[in-house]
Design a protein around this ligand. Structure first.
Ligand code: MLT
Length: 235
């Protein structure tokens, strides 16, 4: 069987460690690359970098949260290059005015005390049951501290300026998976129901006992959903 390229896009303050389980478990089904989303301060700039560095002309694309915002921008710019789309714990909406104010506030907190800010984000990132998993928390804080405050500020600036992706959803024609943790408080279930309703033929998977960082919190369930999705890709 032809092995497609699978491009994985991480979320805020995350890197390849976010996708470590899927990268290992899906290696038989796809050539896997994890993009670096730390270097631009706009979603358009991040999408351009991903497209310029993509290892192949066509690829399957999976993004979590901010990675999903970038994936939707790629669908606007180069839909012909995307064999399949997986949107995890994300949203097609732009920030509301209240969400913009909250982001600016977070940016101020990061300037003051980045370590305290990272600690305060943990209960939003994971299901309460996972807060007491030291290995998981170490991976999340490890990623956040390797990326650091300046990357956090750039990524927040990028997300602040993002546009509403909902008008383009109806044009998406590739096999699409929409997945979220039931208890995702950053991008809740309703946002995924909206995505799955608007994208033709999208499959919606909701994962129990799972917050925003589904790939790390429930790795096997996420890998299974991605496996099924990869099997739906053309060719
Ligand atoms: C992310 O996980 O990428 C961000 O929390 C998403 C957001 O802040 O909108």
């Amino acid at each position: 069987m032809h092995k497609p390229h699978l491009l994985l896009l991480p979320g805020l303050l995350c890197d390849a460690r976010l996708w470590q389980h899927q990268a290992a478990d899906l290696a038989d089904l796809a050539h896997i690359t994890v993009a670096d989303l730390s270097q631009a301060d706009s979603i358009a700039g991040l999408a351009e970098q991903v497209l310029a560095q993509a290892p192949d002309e066509c690829f399957a694309l999976a993004g979590l949260s901010m990675g999903g915002y970038v994936a939707l921008e790629i669908m606007r710019r180069a839909p012909q290059r995307v064999l399949g789309l997986a949107l995890l714990d994300t949203s097609a909406q732009a920030d509301s005015d209240a969400a913009k104010r909250a982001r600016v506030d977070l940016m101020g907190q990061a300037e003051e005390d980045f370590a305290a800010l990272v600690a305060s984000l943990l209960p939003k990132f994971v299901h309460p049951a996972h807060l007491s998993d030291p290995a998981l928390i170490e991976v999340i804080t490890g990623m956040a501290h390797s990326l650091g405050r300046d990357v956090f500020l750039r990524q927040q600036k990028a997300m602040l300026g993002r546009i509403d992706s909902r008008p383009g959803l109806v044009q998406i024609r590739c096999p699409t998976l929409v997945l979220c943790g039931w208890e995702d408080v950053i991008t809740p279930l309703t946002l995924h129901q909206e995505l799955a309703t608007a994208i033709v033929g999208a499959q919606l998977v909701m994962i129990k006992e799972c917050g925003h960082l589904s790939c790390l919190e429930q790795p096997q369930a996420v890998t299974r959903a991605l496996e099924t999705w990869l099997q739906r890709l053309p060719g």
